[in-house]
Design a protein around this ligand. Structure first.
Ligand code: ADP
Ligand code: MG
Ligand code: MG
Length: 260
């Protein structure tokens, strides 16, 4: 199996160092959770892996399938098998969910120097694929005809994210559960979707990034990594999520950084 290997990753935003030497290996077939208090750098890590231009890598490397991920454009990261939940545009006027996902799939199939029309998925085949994915996720057919993010609730955005993942069939999926605004229903949608996609493709590796332990009641992690102050300060099994739920983050902060 291939692993996603992050070595000594340092990232700055607007000239300020946020990630201070992250070492982390995500194994295919395993569920990894990154937990950490607000402001610890969780979303910074996710955005960096997604290739967001605002996040400046000042040191370190990220390897997957023999490639330095940091050298790749976001679409090539996606073609390599990395799925980053927020790669979709926030709002695109006049584009339906079905059309957006077809474009995403076709971007995956495109090859350099080849007419994209010749690699595009035929419409009849596309309809079958999207229907089978939506059936698997128990999604109402209407959803495909909705306009992208127009009045989408938090839960619907998450549904789109999961459907996109199910369509693109990644080998490593990275999901940042932003710590605000996700109600329990949206968390369940994410968890059930991830579990279904994973049941179908056991070799899928998943990195869930979350502030709250409650998501991990629905997605059972194999490994938990605690991010604090831009560094991974603890690693353990699923029991660590429960310990954090019980004791909060302060006891780790004191152990690692002292009381100062
Ligand atoms: P988390 O997701 O763990 O809550 P973030 O990665 O969002 O943490 O933020 C980590 C730190 O980086 C915080 O101190 C935050 O204020 C800072 N930060 C994040 N994004 C930006 C930004 N775009 N501009 C300036 N500072 C930022
Ligand atoms: Mg935050
Ligand atoms: Mg965050």
């Amino acid at each position: 199996a291939n692993n996603l290997v992050i070595r000594n990753l340092h990232v700055a935003v607007d000239g300020k160092e946020i990630l201070k030497g992250i070492n982390l290996t995500i194994e295919e077939g395993k569920i990894h959770a990154i937990m950490g208090p607000n402001g610890s750098g969780k979303s910074t890590l996710a955005y960096t892996l997604a290739g967001h231009p605002r996040y400046e890598v000042t040191e370190g490397e990220v390897w997957y399938k023999g490639q330095d991920v940091l050298d790749l454009e976001p679409n090539d990261r996606s073609k390599l098998g990395l799925f980053l939940a927020f790669q979709y545009p926030v709002a695109v006027a006049g584009v339906t969910v079905a059309n957006f996902l077809r474009a995403a799939l076709n971007a995956h199939r495109a090859q350099e120097g080849v007419d994209p029309k010749s690699t595009a998925i035929p419409m009849a085949e596309y309809r079958k694929v999207i229907k089978s994915r939506m059936d698997m996720l128990e999604m109402a057919p209407d959803f495909a005809r909705r306009y992208l993010n127009e009045g989408f609730s938090g839960g619907e955005k998450k549904r789109l994210e999961i459907l996109q993942m199910a369509m693109l069939q990644p080998s490593i999926s990275i999901m940042d559960e932003t710590d605000s605004g996700l109600d329990i229903d949206a968390l369940k949608i994410v968890a059930e979707g991830v579990n279904k996609v994973k049941a179908e493709k056991p070799e899928l590796g998943v990195l869930v990034i979350t502030h709250y332990q409650r998501l991990l009641n629905y997605i059972k992690p194999d490994y938990v990594h605690v991010l604090m102050n831009g560094q991974i300060v603890r690693e353990g099994g699923p029991e660590m999520a429960l310990e954090l739920e019980e004791k909060g983050y302060d006891f780790i902060r004191e152990e690692v950084f002292g009381n100062a």
